[in-house]
Write a protein that binds this ligand. Structure first.
Ligand code: MN
Length: 221
């Protein structure tokens, strides 16, 4: 559990709904999750299960299916496996305060090296994703220190479509960021900016107005 000390140190578990580390590993052993996280800045957290933790990267622009686009991915502290299905609101003022969505999840398979930790130590991990949204072959390449690039390989799942725009709802609950914020006492205005696509203001849609009235009455996830 020693690699989770940073995770534990940064959080007050009597304040944040985020999980305390408990589980040692999943049945599959190779889960992945991408969490959309509207903290100070919107980003997508890619997490890969290995050796009983979720190795994690913050990807400011989110994953792209376009093999010509290299997405910056900053390595962040290991997260506990319990974080895999965390969707909700981290209170403002806490570390990472803001709305969190399970944007995609599934399993992955390492491709260049079966020992994932060794591949990461060597600065390059090729892997195949079997998610609800993300599929096919990808690579994480370290450029320096904690800075990595996340790149889609050319295969049948490569595409010029912006999947973060076209598939913007939760893979776990089908909810938007506004709906997750509304149902968990979060900042709906801030969350709305995370749902908006370029040139679109989702706050004007009737569906979101209805959501606002339902504050605090929805199911907790
Ligand atoms: Mn984050």
């Amino acid at each position: 559990m020693s690699s989770l000390e940073t995770y534990k140190r940064k959080r007050r578990f009597n304040v944040t709904p985020e999980p305390k580390p408990k589980k040692k590993h999943s049945e599959e052993g190779r889960l992945f999750v991408v969490q959309k996280h509207q903290a100070r800045n919107l980003h997508y957290d890619l997490r890969l299960e290995t050796e009983g933790v979720l190795k994690s990267w913050a990807v400011p622009k989110g994953p792209s299916l376009d093999p010509t686009l290299k997405r910056l991915a900053m390595a962040v502290e290991d997260h506990p496996l319990d974080y895999f299905d965390f969707e909700g609101v981290i209170p403002e003022g806490e570390y990472g305060g803001g709305t969190v969505m399970v944007w995609d999840y599934g399993t992955y398979t390492p491709e260049n090296e079966s020992d994932v930790i060794r591949a990461l130590n060597q600065g390059e991990l090729k892997f195949a994703l079997r998610g609800r949204k993300l599929k096919g072959s990808w690579v994480l390449v370290r450029t320096r220190d904690r800075q990595w690039l996340l790149i889609k390989h050319r295969d049948q799942y490569a595409s010029a479509d912006s999947i973060t725009d076209s598939a913007y709802k939760s893979a776990l609950s089908g909810r938007t960021m506004v709906e997750i914020a509304a149902q968990n006492g979060g900042d709906e205005t801030k969350a709305a900016s995370a749902d908006a696509k370029p040139g679109q203001d989702l706050q004007l849609k009737p569906r979101d107005k209805r959501t606002r009235k339902g504050r605090g009455t929805g199911p907790k996830v």
